[in-house]
Design a protein around this ligand. Structure first.
Ligand SMILES: [Zn+2]
Length: 193
């Protein structure tokens, strides 16, 4: 297991957050865990990844996420991996959260010359027969998105239950803010020595 990019996340440890300070050892190869020799804390090799907290093997989860990325259905993926649909949904949620975090970290200050704006319809859990006790996110869902061209990187996404003028304005306001923030960063970069 790779030791060099691991760090102790115990805030009270003198080696907290440090990389390459020789305080990290393998705690268990079988469980893929590390430990810190300074404070004794142990942690999973999957810390901070899409696999954190999952019991299934990395290879199975990675293959399932690749299939979903190629538009295989949830049920087809569940059958192919021989796991319950809800387990595949959990994997998808973990993968989605990680993808959003990586995008937010890497895609900043994106210069936008041309953008494609679009809305897509989908639904969360239920399309019809919503009950009063159902969570607010259930039901019809519109995904409004702006993609910068030609790179096709996502500038902003907006989710709404309604496809209305008010939601379109809210989405365009977010888009405008994202573009203005990117232009501001670009200007600071140009001015900075
Ligand atoms: Zn420590």
């Amino acid at each position: 297991m790779e030791l060099t990019r691991q760090w102790c996340d115990n805030v009270r440890c003198p080696a907290f957050g440090q990389i390459g300070t020789d305080n990290v050892r393998v705690f268990s190869y079988a469980d893929r865990r590390f430990y810190c020799v300074r404070c004794g804390r142990t942690w999973s090799a999957d810390k901070g990844t899409a696999f954190e907290g999952l019991h299934s093997s990395r290879a199975v989860v990675a293959r399932a996420l690749a299939q979903l990325g190629e538009r295989a259905s949830l049920r087809a993926t569940a059958r192919l991996t021989q796991h319950p649909v809800n387990t595949v949904l959990d994997w998808l949620e973990c993968g989605g959260r990680q993808a959003a975090a990586v995008s937010a970290y890497l895609i900043q200050g994106l210069p936008v010359t041309y953008a494609q704006v679009d809305e897509l319809w989908t639904f969360v859990k239920k399309q019809e027969h919503l009950l009063p006790k159902d969570p607010a996110e259930y039901g019809d869902m519109w995904v409004w998105r702006a993609i910068a061209l030609p790179g096709r990187l996502r500038v902003v996404t907006h989710l709404s239950h309604e496809r209305s003028a008010a939601e379109a304005r809210a989405f365009l306001a977010k888009f405008k803010l994202a573009v203005q923030a990117a232009e501001h960063r670009q200007r600071r970069r140009v001015v900075a020595p």
